[in-house]
Design a protein. Structure first.
Length: 193
């Protein structure tokens, strides 16, 4: 039996889209492994997975990195929060808020921040639903954890986040390249497999 190709993914990325294509082309067994953003590259470097769908930026030394798509950043807040009245917001609108989870861009509100415990995206959305603070996440994450008691609004002056596929340079075999081809839209009948 052939070992499955293992692909890690962070919350909000779209591994099922490519897994269906992989399986549809009968390429072999595939294992999808959920990981946190903190460990997204480490699992590849340690050889625990073959490839990973990650959010940039990452340290790409020793890795191949194929950029896939960009996502809009959104703020998630309680339905009673002032952002619910807006169509979009800017960072200036959020300058006095409590950010319950650090944002990947490094942006932080000017207001003195509480010492929030580390929390997952789901826990952050649950926290802001209770009316405590805000969280800025990629739109796909906000959709994934959608609730009736929160709203999401685009933050127009934050750059988008980028999802990419990474794998070790030294692990650039035919199976890995076949998965990269699937992600790039190549079919089983493409001249380059």
């Amino acid at each position: 039996m052939v070992d499955p190709l293992s692909v890690a993914f962070v919350t909000g990325t779209t591994p099922d889209k490519w897994a269906r294509a992989w399986r549809g082309q009968r390429r072999g067994p595939l294992e999808l492994v959920p990981v946190t953003e903190a460990e997204q590259v480490d699992v590849v470097r340690r050889g625990e997975v073959d490839l990973a769908l990650v959010r940039l930026p990452v340290d790409s030394e020793g890795l191949h990195c194929v950029r896939l798509y960009d996502e809009r950043p959104v703020v998630v807040a309680s339905r009673e929060h002032f952002v619910a009245a807006a169509d979009t917001v800017t960072l200036d609108d959020l300058v006095d808020e409590q950010l319950v989870r650090p944002h990947a861009s490094g942006w932080r509100p000017a207001a003195e921040q509480l010492a929030w415990p580390e929390m997952s995206e789901r826990e952050a959305v649950e926290t802001v639903a209770a009316g405590t603070g805000i969280v800025v996440v990629p739109e796909s994450v906000a959709r994934l954890f959608r609730r009736k008691d929160v709203v999401r609004r685009e933050v127009t002056d934050l750059p988008p986040t980028t999802v990419a596929l990474v794998w070790l340079r030294k692990r650039d075999d035919d199976t890995t390249q076949a998965f990269v081809g699937v992600v790039k839209g190549r079919t089983a009948n493409s001249s380059r497999q």
